[in-house]
Design a protein around this ligand. Structure first.
Ligand code: CIR
Length: 255
């Protein structure tokens, strides 16, 4: 299977990004741009054709395209991000996706960030976080349940998004920080726990059979390897200072 990966350039204003659970530290924009370029190379190596969405240098969090849309085979759901400063990111993402998918829209007052949406096959888990409201979840459910998806919502506390706490690392395996979410919703999946010394390590990016994983979490990487997985590691230290993870810098769709 081949994929298109939508990305967007690191904005010059990234240092003014939203921060919720992290203290602000200086972000080296040149280094962030180089790390983002290496991320795009890894996407290409994993079989993706990378397409850049129009740059929006005035929007500090616009590199984190995952939050603006959720792309399924049948529809792309354009979100209404929980942070007001991020709401105008969605128009250009919708423009990029329009040739590829029917679009559906989350409407005010509901909010949802794509980082709260974890799809595994026909199951969709949505985090009720500081960014995603019950109304947002119910609007999303009404769009996708008629298409045959089962939606479960999961309470998320102490971390930005659901996918900061759990992500898919193989067809049937999830990488999870059990301190951050109630695992009951994920019954039936194989679980790998992050190393306790690396609570932020639960976000890997699975593209087909290729797993990308942050270099910053070697102990958790060894746990993945002990389960037979072979993650390719990437240094995304500067994007992490903006509270961004690996999944959030791309929108993947199967071609
Ligand atoms: C924000 O707070 O919205 C950004 N600074 C980080 C967004 C990261 N998005 C993601 O993990 N899906």
């Amino acid at each position: 299977m081949s994929f298109v990966a939508f990305t967007r350039a690191v904005p010059a204003t990234i240092s003014s990004c939203e921060l919720t659970h992290l203290a602000r530290t200086p972000i080296d924009v040149v280094l962030a741009t180089a790390q983002h370029a290496a991320y795009e190379t890894a996407l290409r190596d994993a079989g993706c054709r990378v397409e850049r969405i129009a740059a929006t240098p005035q929007l500090p969090d616009s590199v984190f395209v995952e939050d603006a849309a959720v792309v399924l085979d049948e529809v792309a759901v354009i979100t209404r991000p929980g942070a007001e400063s991020r709401r105008t990111e969605t128009a250009s993402v919708a423009d990029a996706l329009r040739p590829w998918r029917r679009l559906a829209f989350i409407e005010s007052p509901g909010t949802i960030d794509g980082g709260d949406v974890l799809r595994v096959g026909r199951r969709i888990f949505i985090g009720r976080s500081g960014r995603t409201t019950k109304d947002g979840v119910e609007q999303f459910r009404a769009i996708v349940e008629p298409l045959g998806y089962r939606v479960d919502s999961v309470q998320v506390d102490g971390v930005l998004h659901l996918k900061s706490a759990v992500s898919q690392v193989s067809v049937s395996t999830l990488l999870v920080n059990l301190d951050l979410i109630d695992i009951a919703a994920f019954e039936g999946f194989s679980l790998i726990e992050v190393d306790p010394a690396e609570p932020s390590a639960a976000n890997g990016l699975l593209i087909g059979e290729v797993l990308l994983f942050p270099e910053a979490f070697p102990k958790t990487r060894r746990r993945l390897e002990a389960h037979g997985l072979r993650p390719r590691t990437l240094d995304v230290s500067e994007l992490a200072r903006a509270e961004g993870a690996l999944t959030c810098c791309s929108l993947l769709l199967a071609e």
